[in-house]
Design a protein around this ligand. Structure first.
Ligand SMILES: Cc1cc2nc3c(=O)[nH]c(=O)nc-3n(C[C@H](O)[C@H](O)[C@H](O)COP(=O)(O)OP(=O)(O)OC[C@H]3O[C@@H](n4cnc5c(N)ncnc54)[C@H](O)[C@@H]3O)c2cc1C
Length: 471
């Protein structure tokens, strides 16, 4: 496949630079290294680009793509590089197209409850802009202080509020996209309903930079609920905590904004990283349950009901954080787990399996078996309310070679068990480079073939983010 692409010769570099109205690019070897990877651990998920471009307008991107398509130069779009599937790795070298200079909020429209932004806006900034207008942008990945909205849309990022509000795609209403041949397409807009033709907005969401480059994004905002509270609930063991999760929704018929799960090892790791502990740090597992309401009394009733239910089903204690400081402390611990893993275990494998919510207890058991079988130290945390578990294997004993072999075997087992329980490979981190070879374990040959045909219809020369999802 790599032979299908041309290199950026000196002559081509000159042509490329002449195309650009600005001079924002780098070929500095040290800078190129920064763009050779995302947050997936492991040398095999790294590749150096030949050049990194930092375009500032849609038209510049269109010119670059037209030229790259005609010259068969691979182009890898990149947001903030916080991805956890190797999606922004330039597998076949060529151009990395960084969207970091396209970072403007273009319009916050209170009349239509929408916000239109460029792809390089940091997720938190959108949340803050919406909040200052009394509105909510409900997309909330744990990486929201760093990730870009373009990357969120490209991955259909999930995060902490998916049970109540849905993943990023649920909030995307309109897109401007540069196609691999340089044409500019606009899909959707500010319409609440639109069934005029195929739903290209949904096709672009989660397409991992393989079908087009998103250059403008219109997002839905909703009225911000006035009050919120987070419950921190320690349980004796993982099984009791996990078994409680579906009960909250199926028996109490309550839909919290978040139900997050951390086992004892995750909590210890993030505590060590932040140098601060949450209460009951030695408990087997903790849940964070976040509730939001417009009425203080209603909020109180709801968390009292959930608290009582937690205690009935084995909680050791229920801490209510209904002020900003304590809520932030709890969320800080949860959000820092991934960073803590990278910091203490440079070699690790963070997974993203998802199962129907009633199957979480079984998958946790299977993970324990797999960890014992391969003598792997493992932490489990994740968005338990969505059935989405970040099983994370940590290398504490193997050489790199042994580790890679062990992980291959462990992943085969993990994915097999997940699929047997009605689950799938990834709930929010995507396929990218990391999970590509496992796609055929969940998608039928018919669906795989359709996927290839869609890719081919958008990108017949295969120049946009090659080596990801399918070949
Ligand atoms: C500490 C930490 C916590 C995280 N927590 C969560 C979480 O809770 N939920 C979750 O879902 N993910 C989470 N992630 C994963 C990651 O943050 C998300 O996948 C995020 O959406 C990636 O955004 P990014 O800007 O970093 O994209 P990148 O990593 O730069 O790119 C991701 C993919 O998007 C493509 N892309 C980027 N911009 C565009 C564009 N404008 N047009 C087309 N394609 C584009 C790239 O080619 C690549 O395939 C976490 C990661 C870390 C490190």
């Amino acid at each position: 496949m790599s032979n299908a692409y041309n290199r950026l010769t000196e002559e081509r570099m000159g042509e490329l630079q002449a195309l650009m109205a600005y001079r924002h690019y780098t070929v500095d070897p040290e800078r190129l290294k920064v763009y050779s990877h995302d947050e997936v651990s492991g040398e095999k998920y790294r590749a150096l680009p030949e050049i990194v471009l930092y375009p500032e307008t849609t038209e510049e991107i269109a010119r670059i793509m037209k030229w790259a398509n005609e010259n068969r130069i691979p182009v890898t779009p990149r947001g903030a590089g916080t991805g956890l599937s190797g999606g922004a790795v330039p597998v076949f070298s060529g151009i990395v197209l960084s969207l970091e200079r396209m970072n403007r909020i273009l319009e916050l429209d209170k009349e239509t409850l929408t916000i239109t932004v460029e792809p390089g806006v940091v997720t938190d900034e959108i949340q803050r802009a919406a909040k200052s207008a009394g509105l909510l942008y409900a997309g909330d990945p744990c990486s929201s202080d760093a990730s870009f909205i373009g990357g969120n849309v490209a991955e259909n990022a999930g995060g902490n509020k998916v049970i109540k509000y849905g993943a990023t795609g649920r909030h995307v209403m309109g897109l401007e996209v540069v196609l691999p041949d340089g044409q500019i397409a606009r899909f959707g807009g500010k319409l609440v309903k639109d069934v005029t033709g195929y739903d290209f907005v949904s096709l672009m969401v989660g397409s991992e930079g393989t079908l087009g480059i998103m250059t403008k994004i219109t997002l839905r905002l909703i009225p911000l609920l006035k009050y919120s509270a987070a419950l921190l609930v320690p349980f004796e063991d993982v099984e009791t905590a996990i078994a409680f999760v579906p009960k909250m929704m199926t028996q109490a018929k309550l839909l919290p904004a978040s139900i997050e799960f951390m086992d004892q090892a995750s909590l210890a790791l993030t505590g060590r990283f932040l140098n601060s502990e949450l209460p009951y740090a030695t408990a087997g597992a903790h849940l964070i349950i976040e509730l939001e309401e417009n009425d203080k009394g209603l909020l109180f009733d709801e968390y009292t009901r959930i608290g009582e239910m937690c205690l009935k089903y084995g909680a050791l204690e229920v801490y209510v954080a209904d002020n900003r400081n304590t809520r932030e402390k709890i969320w800080k611990a949860r959000k820092a787990i991934a960073e803590a893993v990278s910091s203490f275990y440079p070699e690790h494998c963070m997974e993203d399996i998802v199962v129907p919510i009633n199957r979480i207890p079984q998958i946790v058991e299977k993970v324990r078996d797999i960890s014992e079988r391969y003598r792997l130290e493992t932490i489990n945390f994740g968005h338990a309310g969505d059935g989405n578990l970040h099983v994370t294997f940590l290398n504490h004993r193997y050489t790199t070679e042994q580790w890679e072999e062990t992980i291959e075997n462990a992943l085969d087992d993990l994915y097999r068990e997940t699929v047997l329980l009605g689950g799938t490979l990834s709930g929010e981190h995507g396929i990218g480079l990391k999970r590509k070879k496992y796609l055929s374990t969940v998608l039928s040959p018919t669906v795989l073939e359709l996927t290839r045909r869609i890719k081919n219809a958008f990108d017949p020369n295969g120049i946009l983010n090659p080596g990801k999802i399918v070949d």
